[in-house]
Design a protein around this ligand. Structure first.
Ligand code: MN
Length: 231
């Protein structure tokens, strides 16, 4: 087959302990999935899960032990960090039941759902899509994927992000409103999941702005650290 121009390269993420990489298909994100974060955004914390997407090439891969870099994006004066547990799907399916959901998971990673909060808020006010606030270039930094068998007790893991060495967000994955299995059940009722799909599962309270020159260090216990500088 020939193409009228070269196709985009496959976005992929390193896998700890493996020479093979994880090819990314789609990036799904869960909105307002920790109660204290929902409250800080002006909501009650009690609502069905809802989803948005980022393009696969919004990924910024940060290799283990490295400090990644993302450019400060255009058109915003309020770039927020959202530290999140990321689920990497290994086996696709639709209408996956929560009881069977963990069998569809390849592994886990630490991710940042970077957000142009001012633009997102403008869109919310007008009832317009969040894409410009959420799905911009370089908006999805992520560390290596840890295969599920080596990831420890991710569902009860501490999650945090520090900016320039100061705590910004610190919570526990056990505080998810919709846990990972329930999230997969809801998501796969709306889309057929595919191997390579990533799910950013939501962020705890403490979202705030970063500026050029800031260094973010985020972690989910058992999955290592994600370290990235805003250029
Ligand atoms: Mn988020």
């Amino acid at each position: 087959m020939s193409f009228v121009f070269s196709p985009s390269p496959t976005v992929s993420i390193p896998v700890l302990g493996s020479p093979a990489r994880y090819p990314v298909h789609r990036i799904y994100c869960v909105g307002r999935n920790y109660e204290e974060h929902a409250k800080e955004m002006g909501f009650t914390g009690r609502e069905p899960p809802f989803f948005f997407l980022k393009p696969a090439d919004a990924i910024v891969v940060v290799e283990a032990g490295h400090t990644g870099s993302m450019p400060y994006p255009s058109q915003t004066k309020n770039l927020h960090h959202e530290i999140e547990l990321v689920v990497a799907i290994g086996k696709g399916g639709k209408n996956i039941q929560a009881a069977d959901a963990l069998n569809h998971i390849y592994g886990y990673a630490v991710g940042l759902d970077m957000t142009r909060r001012d633009l997102q808020n403008d869109m919310k006010k007008q009832g317009r899509p969040w894409c410009i606030g959420k799905a911009f270039d370089h908006s999805a930094p992520i560390g290596p994927i840890t295969p599920a068998a080596q990831a420890g007790d991710v569902m009860n893991a501490e999650i945090y992000v520090q900016v320039n060495g100061q705590d910004r967000q610190r919570s526990n994955v056990s505080k998810l409103i919709w846990n990972v299995a329930e999230t997969i059940e809801h998501l796969s009722a709306a889309w057929e999941l595919q191997p390579g799909d990533l799910i950013y599962t939501g962020t705890p309270e403490g979202v705030a702005a970063v500026v050029s020159g800031d260094t973010l260090v985020g972690s989910v216990a058992g999955l290592g650290e994600l370290r990235i500088r805003v250029a």
